[in-house]
Design a protein around this ligand. Structure first.
Ligand code: ARG
Length: 268
């Protein structure tokens, strides 16, 4: 009886995530076939009796965002598939981006997954799984902006999301006094529209989503930084790190991860 209930819950979880992004992201016919089930079974080290808790900042489409009360996005769906692979379910804990690493270190969440870039500084605080996606820091400006290159940003007002790589790098390159850090990327974009900042530096996929939602904005072609996204795990949790890596490897091999990414990011 209990087991049947658990299975029901697990299925409900998959269904609810499957409903995400339906209007925004038509399925890409180029997506590789999902051959899940044909791949060899993987043996995991840990036993996962509790749901896995993912710490994230669900204001970062298409990686994590909310549709009503539901958490959607590439990271949410990959994490759901990973949790299922480890025999459990996923719970999402939504928080400020710059709180995620501390939440991971203090064990408030099982792992952090938030389009999070692997950096040397962060590696001192947490361990990272192998990378499951690439991100590029880009520059958003208004359509009529005179800013055309990274050099043109010198002395201009830049908006970022607090604690992100775009925030740290631009403070280093253009001076802290020229950078305003917002709690959410979307708030930096509102500031750009309102003329409070001249440019926003943020990851390319959220940038595309924000530009699509807001008239009069464009993304510069110059890439500011190319980065790897990975899942952050507490330093003392080697078992989970190893199991997440094994699960990611399996879900990559069987096409699940590509299928999820293709659902949210249309091939150009
Ligand atoms: N990739 C950037 C970083 O790691 C930005 C990530 C922001 N993610 C989010 N869910 N708000 O710093």
């Amino acid at each position: 009886m209990k087991k049947a209930l658990l299975v029901l819950l697990a299925v409900a979880m998959v269904f609810s995530v499957a409903a995400c992004g339906n209007n925004a992201a038509p399925t890409n016919s180029e997506a590789p076939e999902n051959t899940a089930g044909t791949a060899d079974a993987v043996t995991y080290e840990g036993t996962y009796t509790e749901p896995l808790k993912m710490g994230t900042n669900a204001a970062f489409p298409p990686y994590e965002y909310k549709e009503g009360e539901e958490f959607c996005g590439i990271d949410v769906e990959i994490a759901t598939a990973v949790a299922e692979e480890l025999g459990t379910t996923l719970e999402v804990a939504d928080m400020e981006f710059d709180s995620i690493i501390t939440a991971v270190q203090q064990g408030e969440v099982s792992f952090g997954m938030a389009g999070m870039t692997v950096t040397d500084e962060r590696k001192e605080e947490v361990n990272f799984t192998s990378s499951y996606a690439t991100g590029v820091q880009v520059v958003i400006v208004t359509e009529d902006s005179a800013i055309a290159t990274l050099d043109d940003l010198a002395g201009k007002k830049i908006g970022t999301q607090l604690g992100t790589t775009g925030d740290t790098y631009s403070k280093g390159d253009y001076g802290e006094e020229n950078v305003t850090s917002y709690g959410k990327g979307a708030d930096a974009v509102i500031a750009l529209k309102g003329g409070d900042v001249d440019a926003v530096i943020i990851d390319n996929e959220p940038a595309k989503a924000f530009v699509a939602e807001n008239e009069g904005l464009k993304i510069l072609e110059t890439e500011y930084a190319v980065e790897d996204y990975a899942i952050a795990v507490a330093k003392d949790n080697a078992t989970l790190l190893s199991d997440l890596n094994k699960a990611l490897e399996k879900l990559t091999a069987d096409g699940t991860i590509d299928t999820i990414i293709a659902k949210y990011i249309k091939a150009e």
